[in-house]
Design a protein around this ligand. Structure first.
Ligand code: SPV
Ligand code: MN
Length: 611
């Protein structure tokens, strides 16, 4: 470590920082340690290092690079992601876990000497805006310049934040230590057998090894979400897997919405809907500030799925991906230094380099599976400040007031496209806690299988399901809470989707009006639904479309047998949750009774015109 690096650590005067760095040096044995601060010089040095050590390669457009993850490292790996539980503590049995001492010994054995001949990077970042009630400072150690570079795009700088806190005395921060492990000739982690992501949650620490995929390595993304859920539980706030966006109402009114959508349920496309403004696309914290329910985007960039990004459906992202500026492409197809992906405009070459290495159409993967030109989870990494539809207040230190929460599921046969909850409790329990998504042809396995994903946060829960739901129910109890909505963009009739891709723009405007009590709604027994006249007017206004009454009736038909079947599934699931809150049980029961009563009065399938 040179003097400049040493001086940066010394200035923080923090034993916990010193010990974490010293332990990493001792364990991983780097050739050199470089400590970065928030300066443009250090950020630029990291960007160049990623290229110099061949973790990234420049593409044709200035500032664009490609990074490849290994064939078996294309997503989050749940199986090897575990909580380390100290002796004498218990965690909910639904969580993947192991004894702490055993886990530490194992993962440290994989990280021992892993930085030999490499540079150990020490970085400081901040979750949420800096110098704000939401901020959580983070210390990241890694030997991957790609990981460090991604964090520069995705998070606020945090060195000055650490300094500010250091001046004030003790403070809590999150720590991450990542090691790439053995690599192949393409610089991708090759020791797949020993891939591990272990949460040493009692020490606010996450350790990962033998992986490069950002969801497993970028400490501030999903690794921090698991720690943040526990910190929030201790402190009485909420850490959510949600986008944040601004919906523009009449007369320049700005209403902020947060949304939890499992994969392939329309999360990013909702946050990026034309005419509205994005604040963030993945992680949100909620706190009560000055008696208001407020939120921030935890991140400062987007690590988004690139599959199906095209100039028609996603003009803003398409533009960012085609102009000079900082973009990291991952696991797309590259030919002549140009990136290609499934679902883009134009022709895709039938050969090049991709997540398999050198690639030709028809090639089988090392596991014998069919391959595609780009991986379906191939991604782009860009900064909020490069998005022309970014809300100017996206970085506000006091956060933004929340008008509505949206839980977006995916089913072909049950829920109407949009409905409003009767209350916070009704929404949290029957829309958030019962969120389901149906598998599509794009995922492995059978199509149409429903998977349950509480608030879309299931993969990141670091406590029991019941406790997490209870925290949501209890949060902000004494103040006005946002309205809660449920969406489903995927309802079908006779095998055909009933909605166009852009219809969500209309649902957003309707929800905005409902937040302010400016349109009426109909009671559909499992929530409040729009009236035809209002949607007809909004379709014309937003999409310049004539919305027919037949479309309305098809889309908003109350399908009682399917709704009751969903309640049956939920009763079965929650019977396995030992600490289901009483409120949850009561909401499910009341929902069933309302649906049964409507069925007795009007039959199995009830037209919205009959309500
Ligand atoms: C998700 O899978 O929810 C993501 C990408 O946002 S990952 O970084 O893998 O979590
Ligand atoms: Mn996510």
């Amino acid at each position: 470590m040179d003097e400049a690096s040493f001086a940066k650590i010394a200035a923080l005067k923090n034993d916990e920082v010193n010990e974490f760095i010293a332990h990493a040096v001792e364990l991983c044995q780097p050739a050199k340690v470089v400590v970065c601060d928030d300066s443009a010089k250090d950020v630029a040095w990291i960007r160049q290092l990623a290229i110099d050590n061949r973790e990234e390669r420049p593409l044709n457009i200035q500032g664009h690079t490609i990074h490849f993850d290994g064939y078996f490292d294309q997503g989050r790996d749940k199986e090897v992601t575990k909580y380390l539980v100290p002796a004498g503590e218990t965690l909910d049995p639904k969580l993947n876990q192991m004894p702490r001492e055993e886990g530490l010994a194992e993962i440290e054995s994989y990280q021992r000497d892993s930085y030999r001949g490499r540079i150990m990077l020490v970085r400081f970042f901040c979750l949420g805006p800096v110098n704000s009630p939401f901020s959580i400072p983070c210390l990241q150690i890694t030997d991957s310049a790609y990981v460090a570079h991604s964090e520069d795009l995705l998070y606020r700088n945090g060195y000055e934040e650490f300094k500010r806190h250091a001046a004030q005395g003790d403070f809590e921060f999150f720590k991450f230590r990542h090691a790439t492990g053995a690599v192949d000739e393409r610089m991708t982690s090759s020791d797949v057998e020993h891939k591990r992501i272990y949460m040493d949650y009692t020490k606010n620490t996450v350790i990962s090894v033998n992986t490069q995929y950002a969801g497993n390595t970028v400490g501030l993304k999903k690794l921090s979400l698991r720690l943040a859920l526990r910190k929030a539980d201790r402190e009485g706030w909420l850490a959510e897997h949600m986008f944040v966006m601004r919906v523009n109402g009449p007369k320049g009114r700005r209403t902020y919405f947060c949304g939890a959508f499992p994969s392939a349920c329309g999360k990013t496309s909702t946050a990026m809907v034309p005419g509205e403004n994005i604040v963030g696309d993945d992680l949100a914290y909620f706190r009560v500030i000055d008696g208001q329910f407020r939120t921030v985007n935890v991140e400062s960039g987007i690590f988004g799925i690139i599959t199906d990004i095209n100039s028609q459906d996603d003009p803003v992202i398409w533009d960012v991906l085609h102009k000079p500026g900082e973009v990291i492409f991952t696991n797309v197809l590259v030919k002549d230094n140009k990136p290609y992906w499934i679902g883009m405009d134009g022709e895709i070459p039938d050969q090049g380099e991709n997540y398999c290495g050198p690639w030709k159409a028809g090639q089988k993967g090392p596991d014998g599976a069919e391959t595609t030109p780009s991986h379906k989870n191939a991604r782009y990494t860009v900064q909020m400040r490069d998005l022309e539809n970014a809300d100017p207040d996206w970085d506000a230190p006091q956060g933004l007031p929340v008008g509505g929460i949206i839980y977006g599921g995916r089913d072909s046969d049950t829920s109407v496209p949009v409905r409003e909850a009767y209350s916070w409790e009704h929404g949290v329990c029957t829309m958030g806690a019962t969120l389901e998504s149906e598998t599509t042809a794009a995922t492995l396995g059978a199509v149409g299988v429903r998977s349950w994903n509480v608030m879309s946060n299931m993969d990141f829960l670091s406590m029991s399901v019941g406790r997490y739901i209870r925290n949501n129910l209890e949060f902000a109890k004494t103040i006005q809470r946002p309205k809660v909505f449920g969406t489903n963009y995927f309802i079908k009739k006779d095998g055909k989707y009933l909605n166009g891709k852009l219809d969500k723009a209309v649902w957003l405007k309707w929800m905005e009006l409902r937040v302010h009590g400016e349109v009426e709604a109909l009671d559909a027994a499992y929530g409040l639904i729009p009236k035809y006249e209002d949607l007809k007017r909004l379709f014309k206004q937003v999409l310049d479309k004539d919305y027919s009454e037949t479309d309305y009736v098809d889309q908003f038909m109350i399908r009682i047998p399917e709704c009751l079947a969903k309640l049956d599934r939920m009763d079965k699931i929650f019977a396995t949750v030992s600490d289901t809150p009483e409120t949850m049980k009561a909401e499910l029961k009341a929902q069933r009774e309302r649906l049964e009563a409507l069925k007795a009065a009007k039959g199995d399938y009830v037209s919205p015109l009959e309500l």
